[in-house]
Ligand binder design. Structure first.
Ligand code: TIU
Length: 229
């Protein structure tokens, strides 16, 4: 199916496509977590919840693969580089206690995915120690094992974990379609530029389209499938 996108139509093939939802965690979207600890206004990200919910519902209805990621570290912090721990010179750091448990530590409430987008049984969750979802994870192996070639990418934040992941995916041969309103940044101008950097130069890293266009295409394909049956 063709999805109208920047810089040109994206040819979405659900048999080889996965929806990759990046780091929609309480630590980034709710007060008291890592995002706020870095000095950010978390309300900037919350506008992405409703469109992600709508896209996720339709994606699940068509029966295509959904993968979630979470940024965070082992409780013993053995996988936390000192450079990452001390960066920002903040009073509260990764691993320190916060209102939702230890900041960005696996198993803590703040590290988990927000209830609105909680993974369904059987949907892989990738725990990643870095900004990119491929670094030090089994994401590439999981995608290869399922024959995935296309990634529809959403989540936070546009210029940090979404951009890093899309760049990593691009170099590994995946065609990424980034969903503009399903991504968000603490900085609106970085969100805008983060998306433009992906689609510029003929789609140097991938394609960009709004969720409404993708949802429309998915619903049309479901209707065509039903009428053929
Ligand atoms: N700070 C910021 O914008 N993002 C992160 O630290 N991680 C993700 O983007 N997930």
């Amino acid at each position: 199916m063709l999805v109208e996108a920047e810089p040109y139509d994206y040819s979405l093939n659900l048999a080889v496509a996965a929806l990759l939802i990046i780091d929609m965690q309480r630590d980034f979207l709710e007060p008291g977590g890592f995002g706020e600890m870095l000095g950010n206004d978390v309300s900037q990200l919350r506008r992405t919840i409703a469109p992600n919910k709508a896209l996720l519902a339709v994606w699940r209805a068509v029966g295509a693969l959904v993968i979630h990621t979470r940024e965070g570290h082992r409780p013993d912090l053995a996988d936390l580089p000192s450079a990452k721990k001390i960066r920002g010179r903040g009073a509260t750091r990764i691993g320190d206690p916060g209102p939702m448990g230890r900041i960005l530590v696996r198993g803590e409430a703040g590290h988990d995915i927000i209830p609105e987008l909680y993974p369904a049984a059987g949907e892989p969750v990738i725990d990643k120690p870095g900004k990119g979802a491929f670094f030090a994870t089994d994401l590439h192996a999981i995608l290869q094992n399922q024959g995935i070639q296309q990634l529809v990418v959403t989540g936070v934040t546009t210029e940090v974990c979404v951009n890093t992941t899309v760049r990593e995916a691009n170099d590994r041969g995946y065609d990424c379609l980034v969903v503009s309103d399903c991504c968000g940044s603490y900085f609106p101008e970085f969100h805008e530029m983060g998306l433009r950097m992906i689609a510029a130069q003929g789609g140097i890293f991938g394609w960009v389209a709004p969720s409404a266009t993708i949802i429309q295409a998915l619903k049309s394909s479901m209707m065509m499938k039903e009428s053929a049956e």
